[in-house]
Design a protein around this ligand. Structure first.
Ligand code: 3PG
Ligand code: CO
Length: 555
């Protein structure tokens, strides 16, 4: 039968303290002035690269290596941490939704049949991120869902859009809204009453994560459910164009708006008897709204009115909370993660990041599962993030505080694995502020140093890697790699992640002298890291895990 017991590694000892450091948004790219990691002073990461060539390498962090549909899909934190923690490559939400839509199975499942009950009398509301970024959602999936639902009886549809500018270029929201408007007008010509009902920028409206700032979700609730927002427009293209005129506004931070009819009434508040689908497949930034929509007991903000609806997520977002209880597509069944194995083999684990990335090294790492496997073996510490600011204002974020917690955990001797996510390269990279991103990279490097120094003191081992690229390339490029200019001759800032590989470095006084990276796993990716870390803890990885990156030669 099945056993959690891992075989002993034939050569590597147990009992070493291992730091697993994930630099968020830290890829490897050509050195130029848009590579903030290159521009920044990063002596620690530089020394890992130069110091020991057989203990530093690149791994793939995008596309099929992390379970995304194509090689054109950039990496992201969800799929990156899933792969790092689970040690296997799962077809991820983006792909599973594609398959369910292509086969039509999405319309046969429990979730769709549940919401369909409302199509006779009620309105179908679709809430989610409007872009083709492919990180949280995809426009083409929304388009197929609109078509499929209307063909299956939805007569009145309202779309509540969240503009992006974070997984796609800032300013691209206008085009996406135009495309959607065009689709909706075609539906109207077929007799379906379909309209955009509300909107707002994803970072300001609805898509908060890890309970960093509930006011973000409340602003969305007010617009989507109550039909109330500070800005009212007759049409969504006009709304986005108008609101973007404020020099402080951009796609990510557009204020909330509602669409009203000729008498000034909102066209699509959510009321009793309606159906609601949140069409993002990615979990982290939908969990809070899902709680507001689903929980009877809810005290995070005053919902004012709680409509009796049939609600389904595109996926189930939290496997432990079973949230939401209805969903259109089953999430990847990520089970037997390395965290669960290691805890079951006596490895005491400490995990830490600041709020905006806390779930990355816990929830995503553990296969989209919240909570501990065994609270007596694990401690997860969240350093509160600054909220209500864009991180270019505070590019140091909480990196040094995270590193201090990790250092103390290492020195305490209470843990065998100390795992952190350092958010700076990613969170500041997403602001598109190049100068601030350079500062961010420098601070992340200092945080790494603090952790490596602690590992040095206890005779431990470090594994330093990243989840996907971001800060190493801040400009949109053409196929031959040249920066693209906009019509005013300015470079187009890349706020999103990249397709770049990421570094992985191993070392520390506890690392057995003969350990080095194998050369026969050239296309290794993030999913190979779990087996590697298990080996360093003195165990063989389960046979269905992606292979280890290391070998031990006699020295
Ligand atoms: C976000 O959610 O902030 C971005 O869409 C993706 O960033 P992450 O994958 O690094 O969290
Ligand atoms: Co990111």
């Amino acid at each position: 039968g099945f056993s959690w017991k891992l075989p002993d590694h034939p050569k590597l000892p147990k009992g070493k303290t291992i730091a697993v450091v994930v630099l968020d948004g830290w890829g490897e790219a050509n050195p130029d002035k848009y590579n903030c990691i290159h521009v920044a002073d990063t002596p620690t990461m530089d020394s890992l690269k130069k110091g020991a060539p057989d203990r530093w390498r690149l791994v793939r962090a995008h596309g099929t290596a992390v379970g995304l549909p194509t090689e054109d899909d950039m990496g992201n934190s969800e799929v990156g941490h899933n792969a790092l923690g689970a040690g296997r490559i799962y077809a991820q939400g983006a792909k599973l939704v594609d398959l369910a839509l292509a086969s039509g199975k999405i319309y046969e499942g429990e979730g769709f049949n549940y919401i369909k009950e409302s199509f006779g009398q009620g309105t179908l509301h679709l809430i989610g991120l409007l872009s083709d970024g492919g990180v949280h959602s995809r426009l083409d999936q929304l388009q197929l869902l609109l078509k499929g639902a209307s063909e299956r009886g939805a007569k009145k549809i309202r779309v509540h859009i969240l503009t992006d500018g974070r997984d796609v270029l800032d300013g691209s929201s206008v085009g996406f809204v135009e495309t959607l408007e065009n689709d909706l007008s075609q539906l109207r010509s077929k007799g379906v009453d379909a309209q955009i009902a509300s909107g707002g920028g994803r970072m300001h409206v609805t898509m908060d994560r890890y309970e960093n700032d509930w006011s973000v979700v409340k602003r969305g609730w007010d617009a989507q459910v109550l039909g109330e927002a500070p800005h009212k427009f007759r049409n969504a293209v006009e709304a986005v164009k108008e609101l973007r005129k404020d020099p402080k506004a951009n796609d990510q931070y557009l204020p909330p708006f509602v669409i009203v009819d000729e008498s000034g009434k909102p066209v699509g508040p959510i009321v009793d008897g309606d159906a609601v689908v949140t069409f993002n497949f990615r979990a982290d930034r939908m969990v809070m709204l899902a709680k507001a929509l689903e929980y009877a007991d809810f005290d995070k903000f005053d919902r004012v009115r709680v409509p009796k609806i049939r609600y389904a997520g595109m996926l189930q977002y939290d496997g432990e909370l079973k949230l939401p209880s209805h969903y259109l597509v089953s999430p990847p069944e990520i089970e037997r993660t390395s965290g669960e194995y290691l805890v079951n083999n006596g490895v005491r684990t400490f995990a830490c990041s600041e709020t905006v990335k806390f779930g990355h090294v816990t929830f995503f790492w553990n296969g989209n599962r919240s909570g501990y496997f065994n609270p007596s073996m694990e401690e997860y510490v969240e350093v509160p993030s600054d909220s209500g600011i864009t991180f270019n204002v505070q590019p140091k974020m909480k990196a040094l505080e995270i590193a201090e917690k990790a250092r103390d955990a290492i020195l305490s001797g209470k843990f065998d694995q100390v795992r952190v996510n350092l958010p700076n390269g990613d969170m500041v990279g997403h602001t598109g502020d190049i100068e601030a991103t350079v500062v961010a990279c420098k601070v992340a490097d200092e945080a790494v140093k603090m952790i490596l120094d602690a590992i040095e003191k206890v005779g431990g081992i470090y594994v330093v890697t990243a989840d996907h690229g971001n800060a190493e390339d801040m400009v949109k490029r053409n196929k031959s790699g040249q920066p693209l200019l906009d019509k005013n001759g300015n470079i187009q800032i890349l706020t999103s992640h990249t397709l770049q590989p990421v570094p992985i470095a191993i070392g520390g006084p506890g690392l057995a002298p003969g350990v080095r990276f194998r050369t026969d796993v050239p296309s290794g990716g993030l999913a190979n890291v779990a087996a590697t870390v298990m080996n360093l803890h003195g165990f063989e990885a389960p046979s269905d895990y992606e292979t280890t990156l290391i070998e031990v030669v006699d020295k």
